[in-house]
Design a protein around this ligand. Sequence first.
Ligand SMILES: C[S@@+](CC[C@H](N)C(=O)[O-])C[C@H]1O[C@@H](n2cnc3c(N)ncnc32)[C@H](O)[C@@H]1O
Length: 187
Amino acid sequence: MPENNNPRPLLTTTVKDPILGLALVLGDRKIVPYVPTREELIPRILDELDLGPDDIFYDIGCGDGRVAVYAAKYYGVRKSICIEIDKYLVEEALKRSILEGVADRVSVINADFNEVNVSDATAVYLYLLTSVNDLLKPKLEKELRPGTRVAALDFPVPGWRPFKKVGIDEYSDKTLYLYIIGSHNMD
Ligand SMILES: C[S@@+](CC[C@H](N)C(=O)[O-])C[C@H]1O[C@@H](n2cnc3c(N)ncnc32)[C@H](O)[C@@H]1O
């Protein structure tokens, strides 16, 4: 076996989701497992977000880029930004943006989403965990401008008031929580 001359300490994160009650132990800074949004739900989600050519759209934890690429290709957003920590998924997202002919409007950022400034967003998609949304909340509240639309699939942002909560799948229990920054606070 080759010697590892550059051992990196293996950091793990335990995330307990209050809804599922699951304790997930994930490596390093990957704090949500990869579960893609089902393709057929994407137009439903992006319709609810009311996306259009003026939008700068972010998928925070974008997986293989399917949502960000769809937003660029079929909703004509000005810019679609895909933030993903997993290098393999980053490659998949890049390939997808090229294959679908929208690489000029899709940016794939290989980084920890905690470290990427999202202040130019006009619309944001989150398919994370409630506990992770809670961790991201101070950052989102600091950076997102009033009027920015946020859609969270299945896992709400704790303490935020959705202006709409909608079931988006006739076959299963999938809920989309829609927020507008500026009127998202409970108080
Ligand atoms: C539930 S999946 C959603 C994927 C995609 N948004 C979709 O709907 O198809 C969550 C994604 O977040 C990514 N992720 C987890 N922790 C991350 C972090 N700290 N920074 C960036 N991405 C992260 C995972 O690798 C995974 O691809």
